[in-house]
Design a protein around this ligand. Structure first.
Ligand code: SF4
Ligand code: SF4
Ligand code: SF4
Ligand code: FES
Ligand code: FES
Length: 672
């Protein structure tokens, strides 16, 4: 290819013309130019003007928004440019940015770093607007509009990478701001809690909800046994928080840190990832044999599950019914470990250390509970974990490694692969190949599903059975695939879907920068852990075998279903429309109207509705009952509200009382 040349700061530099922009050429020379609104994975927006350069004629231009040109000569750090950048920073800092010491983004805030690097010591301007209230409605993220610098990064990642698009610019002129439609709380829109917007936000305008206080309280409660699970992707990223940039496996230092913090047992989520593989592969093979609910869609990623429930509930039956490894772990501890140890599960506090913000929302799903208590008590992200380590004054880099606790501290390499996009698919193939061929699998690596591409595929021939595997990360990549599934033209039998680009290694709770370079290193490290693992296949994890013998019986047994599986429900925002799940007959039916008004919806009315529908199937009265979603029943204080066609009474129904309500008010209607 013919090289072209230009001059940067007096130095001749070659370029190909294929670069995305001038900024790429400048960065390639090792010159750091500040940027707020440029991300290599997103479209170019060109709003912040921090990346400005000056040409020979004194023209100022944003280097992210123009192409390099033959013969061009530019300077990157003239006095004029530096003054302009300082002025922009000062204007941005005027808006509620003078409380860095108490901001959760402190230390990783680009605005703070740049202000320090560029010597901005005073702010001469008044704030642009009145202070607004923080939006704390989401279980995963907090939005502080006062700290927003309008870079638009969150708007573009939510729409371009996640295909969700719940954030946008509102108003004009000085009133312009970024928010969900109609300035609604984030919990009232279709946010899937992936936290990707937090990862790209350069300031404290978007934050992960901090749940560390709950963990400190449990540790200081003498009644509580604190049990931690640590997810695969945390171990390859936590080092970054302490300046250890090599993405080595820091699992064993993390175990030492958790012990010093005061956690009683430290287990590995990769253990229940192995368990997921056993349950999910059986489920998948059964579906293939029966030719139903295909393509099989994985359910490990709660952001993806929420996406399905909100946007395409018609695909719920394609989702695996397996709980995610986090969900299985919670159940294992509260239902099995508690019994083994002779401890009341109420006195066990389960904390998950996750790369993920969506896991915070998953942990509070009513379905993931045991005896009316949540299986997972709280979820902290990698960054929150690092915050706890600092708070304890622990010198992470100097820690001696410690081993995990047994029995749930041992996992196969396949279990660790869950940290990468393609990992669930590869682990499934390692088991499915042996199940279908009844022969030991020699080459365990499935290279086609590896790497950071948003869509990957593999066609695997197992003893004449062809398995077509799809792997998707970044939910915008699912749009076309969903259309094909709906048209019955799916190219895949099984599709692994992870919301975050590259999988959990790039989760919204991971250290920043959470960019492609960081993800590449973490991805490589996960494969290196697998290659060194003494056991590579989930089915060879000896403790898993033992648990099936002692407790679960067979994979997909009734016990396994109660403990390790879950159910989903449509969360599509509808109004007054019939939600019909039972078959119509000519007999007169009992109509059960469940309020899906905002108030009841937020209190979980969809889950109540789904539970009632599933009970009507279990008790074989689905032909006699008709379920409807309705607008507000004007009973908000007692919601979720329910009305039966046989009376005007409005019931208020908590999720834990659904079964009793069903038996006493619906089933009894049909018994003689
Ligand atoms: S958490 Fe994810 S879905 Fe929600 S606003 Fe942020 S990027 Fe969009
Ligand atoms: S919330 Fe953050 S990412 Fe979004 S526009 Fe504001 S500063 Fe940028
Ligand atoms: S890909 Fe992983 S980190 Fe991202 S939302 Fe899904 S489970 Fe969480
Ligand atoms: S990074 Fe170029 S204008 Fe913002
Ligand atoms: S929103 Fe359900 S009763 Fe008011």
């Amino acid at each position: 290819m013919n090289k072209k040349y230009m001059t940067v700061n007096g130095k001749k530099v070659a370029f190909t013309g294929k670069e995305k922009n001038l900024l790429t050429v400048i960065k390639g020379m090792g010159i750091e130019i500040p940027t707020f609104c440029y991300h290599s994975a997103l479209s170019v927006y060109g709003a912040c003007r921090m990346c400005i350069v000056e040409d020979e004629k004194g023209n100022i231009m944003a280097s992210c928004s123009i192409k390099p040109q033959e013969g061009m000569s530019i300077k990157t750090h003239t006095k004029r440019l530096m003054n302009m950048r300082r002025m922009i920073l000062e204007l941005l800092l005027a808006n509620d940015h003078q409380d860095c010491t108490i901001c959760d983004k402190s230390g990783s805030c680009q605005l703070q770093t740049l202000a320090q690097n560029m010597g901005v010591k005073q702010v001469r301007f008044d704030p642009r607007k009145e202070r607004e209230a923080l939006d704390k409605s989401s279980p995963s993220i907090i939005r502080n509009p006062n700290k927003c610098i309008l870079c638009g990064d969150c708007v573009r990642i939510c729409s371009e990478v996640q295909g969700v698009g719940v954030l946008g610019f509102m108003n004009r002129g000085p009133k312009i701001e970024v928010s969900p439609a109609f300035n609604k709380p984030i919990a009232d829109v279709d946010c899937i809690n992936c936290g990707q917007c937090v990862s790209v936000c350069p300031t404290g305008a978007l934050l992960v909800k901090d749940d560390t206080m709950k963990v400190w309280e449990a540790i200081n409660d003498p009644e509580k046994l604190v049990v931690a699970q640590i997810a695969p992707a945390v171990r390859v990223a936590i080092g970054e928080e302490f300046g250890l940039k090599d993405s080595t496996n820091y699992l064993y230092k993390s175990v030492s840190a958790l012990r010093l913090i005061g956690v009683d047992y430290v287990f590995d989520t990769s253990f229940t990832a192995d368990m997921t593989i056993i349950e999910e592969t059986h489920e998948f093979i059964d579906r293939v044999k029966q030719g139903k609910n295909l393509p099989h869609l994985t359910s490990c990623c709660p952001a993806w599950v929420t996406y399905v429930e909100r946007n395409c509930p018609d695909l719920i039956s394609n989702l695996s019914s397996c709980r995610s490894p986090q969900g299985m772990f919670g159940s294992l501890i509260k239902k099995y470990f508690a019994k083994q140890k002779g401890i009341d599960p109420k006195n066990i506090f389960v904390v998950s250390v996750m790369p993920c913000t969506a896991k915070k929302a998953e942990a509070i799903r009513p379905q993931l509970s045991t005896e009316k208590m949540q299986d997972i008590d709280t979820v902290i992200t990698t960054v929150e974990f690092a915050r706890m380590i600092r708070k304890m004054g622990i010198q992470f880099a100097d820690l001696e490694p410690s081993s995990l606790d047994m029995p749930f501290g041992f996992s196969s390499g396949a279990g660790v692969l869950f940290g990468n996009s393609g990992g669930v698919a590869e682990a499934t193939l390692r088991f499915a190949a042996e199940k279908l061929s009844k022969e030991p699998l020699k080459d365990v690596n499935f290279d086609d599903v590896r790497g950071l591409a948003g869509v990957k595929s593999a066609h695997v021939d197992i003893n004449g059975t062809k398995v077509r595997v799809g792997v998707v990360s970044g939910l915008a990549n699912m749009k076309e695939i969903i259309s094909k599934i709906r048209e019955n033209k799916s190219e895949f039998d099984i599709i692994e879907v992870m919301a975050c680009a590259g999988g959990c290694i790039g989760g919204g709770g991971q250290p920043v920068p959470n960019n492609i370079e960081a993800r590449k290193k973490r991805n490589k490290s996960i494969y290196s852990i697998d290659s060194q693992a003494p056991v590579k296949k989930s089915q060879e994890n000896p403790t898993i075998k033992q648990i099936y013998t002692d407790w679960l019986g067979e994979p997909n047994s009734k016990v396994a279903h109660r403990a390790l599986h879950t159910h989903y429900g449509s969360k599509k925002r509808i109004d007054g429309m019939e939600i019909l799940d039972s078959k119509k007959t000519t007999e007169e039916k009992l109509t059960v109207s469940v309020c899906v008004g905002t108030n009841c919806y937020l209190k979980g009315s969809y889950d109540v509705l789904q539970k009632l529908i599933s009970l009507s199937k279990e008790y074989q009265i689905e032909d006699k009952v008709e379920f409807k979603g309705t607008f507000c029943l004007e009973n908000c204080a007692c919601g979720p509200s329910i009305k039966l066609s046989i009376s005007d009474h409005k019931f208020g129904l908590a999720h834990e009382d659904v079964e009793d309500f069903f038996k006493n008010n619906i089933l009894c209607h049909f018994s003689n």
